[in-house]
Write a protein that binds this ligand. Sequence first.
Ligand code: MN
Ligand code: MN
Length: 277
Amino acid sequence: MFDFTDLAQNEMHTIRIIGAPFDGTVSFRPGTRFGPAAIREASDGIETYSPLLDCDLESVSYADAGDLELPMGSVDAALSIIKEAVADALGDGAIPFLLGGEHLVSLPAIEAVYEKHPDLVVVQLDAHADQRADYLGVKLSHACVMRRVSEFLGQEHIRQIGIRSGTKDEYELMRAYSTLSTFHEDDLARLRSWIGNRPLYLTVDLDVFDPGVFPGTGTPEPGGIDWWTFQRFLSAIKECDIVGLDAVELAPQLDTSGCSSVLAAKCVREMLLIASK
Ligand code: MN
Ligand code: MN
């Protein structure tokens, strides 16, 4: 379903899928570099129609730009290649949709989107806070991605949902800035009005799902959501002005059943549909 599109041949498209197969800073189990390819492969096995959204991908204008070539040994170089690709998409009038890769790939993507939309807000779905000042002395780590984002965006422009793991320092920070929200109906309604008409970047760390339904990830965390909760979340924000999005942290080889890749592909389908409105 999500197949390489030759952008030189392609006419205007609303959303541009960009694969960022990078897992250079993972703290536990690597393998998210194989995420984008697995999502594409699994996408062939699912329907293009979403019953929830009553929308079909066949009526959505999107192009898959394929995977970026990222030097695994150089974090800085990889991040700047990602930022350039996202800026190119924005420059062409497309909404960038990044497929990770580990969560650090969201940092340059959000930077590029923020440069175009200074009133940007970011909503993060994740099991982990990703708010560490550093991880073992390293500032550019997937465990620090939201902290790095906050340094230019401000914590007050971030909301985090599904978080169930972090350090005491991270929780103190998140409570001080009230970044944490939940999937309860009341909180989803509050989140929707908090976003308002502002441009939204949606970053979905797929480990927000419970390891029972999504074991194919590097740092699984018990107590996660199911598919229906994710659908309720999407319903709550589907009218928002989404200007950038990503789905990260699928490590397909950690789930030999292949179900995690299918779930990731289905998430990407639903996210494409809500972003195209
Ligand atoms: Mn994360
Ligand atoms: Mn996570």
